[in-house]
Design a protein around this ligand. Structure first.
Ligand SMILES: C[S@@+](CC[C@H](N)C(=O)[O-])C[C@H]1O[C@@H](n2cnc3c(N)ncnc32)[C@H](O)[C@@H]1O
Length: 273
């Protein structure tokens, strides 16, 4: 791998730190107890950083999202790690009845609300729901679903038709367990899992650099790990002793990704068996 490619993320790190450090220090000055609450501090840093990075990351993935989300998402959609809710802008309003944005960083919620409202989803109409729990907290997700969506005739909580995971499996804790629980307990049978993630490279030299940078990158980007084989975890997911959790699956790559990109992406549409 070329050294220039291996070191390319230093530019992003430098820009990220220069954007987020001053507002984060200001927040500490206002509230020094943040120094003892690293999780809250990390979220303040990430919220400031995402104001600049979010729109750029979204526009660089526009073609992918138009191919993945727009033609496929339907019914009740759960967007895990919604960030600023950029994904809502790719939903087909006629096919998606309700947008549930799960985002534990509450500092991002106002952006989700603004984007969702622009796309025609409103909390007052029950078509927009913003959850502040983590994706690993399936109990809270199911509780919220039973409150916001009509109960299924079987008496079971209403489940979702589509789960969207855009650049989130890199960050959530215990990703394999969380993925299993979400697909098993929250997604309907026949529902879809739409995923776009940066993943561990299949090239050993690139993977070496990803593992090298991962702990440093995670400090600045709210725990985001660049060394997770999330694509493999999704593809190989099994449930309840079945050979595969999926009855249909299709994966593809982002057109303009160079194979030496430290943030090499994988895209996929999976239908639950
Ligand atoms: C890289 S951002 C991606 C945001 C958005 N999906 C997008 O594509 O613009 C990752 C998001 O995951 C969120 N996140 C962090 N911990 C999480 C968790 N436990 N469950 C769900 N999302 C989480 C972060 O707050 C952040 O907004």
């Amino acid at each position: 791998m070329k050294l220039s490619n291996a070191l390319s993320l230093l530019t992003d790190l430098r820009i990220g730190i220069s954007i987020a450090i001053i507002p984060t220090l200001k927040a500490i000055l206002w509230n020094p107890t943040l120094l003892f609450r690293p999780r809250a501090l990390s979220r303040i840093f990430m919220a400031n950083l995402w104001m600049t990075f979010g729109p750029g990351v979204d526009s660089s993935a526009k073609a992918v999202k138009e191919g993945l989300i727009t033609p496929n998402a339907y019914g009740i959609v759960l967007d895990i790690g919604a960030g600023h809710g950029h994904s809502v802008l790719y939903l087909n309003r006629a096919r998606v009845s309700r947008y549930i944005a799960l985002e534990p960083n509450v500092l991002m919620h106002e952006h989700i609300r603004a984007n969702a409202n622009a796309a025609g989803y409103h909390e007052s109409a029950g078509t927009l729901v913003i959850l502040s729990c983590g994706a690993e907290d399936t109990k809270s997700i199911l509780n919220s679903l039973s409150l916001i969506a009509p109960t299924h005739t079987s008496g079971q909580p209403q489940l979702v038709d589509t789960i969207i995971s855009i650049l989130t499996l890199c960050t959530i804790p215990e990703p394999q367990k969380t993925l299993t629980n979400l697909v098993r307990d929250v997604l309907k049978n026949g529902g879809q899992f739409l995923v776009y993630e940066h993943v561990l490279s299949k090239r050993e030299d690139v993977a070496w650099w990803q593992r090298f940078w991962a702990p440093i990158w995670a400090i600045a980007f709210d725990g985001c790990r660049m060394d997770r084989p999330s694509d493999v975890w999704v593809e190989e997911l099994t449930l309840d002793g079945k050979a595969s959790a999926w009855r249909e699956s299709k994966t593809w790559l982002k057109d303009d990704d160079h194979e030496e990109n430290l943030f090499f992406h994988s895209v996929g549409r999976f239908v639950k068996a």
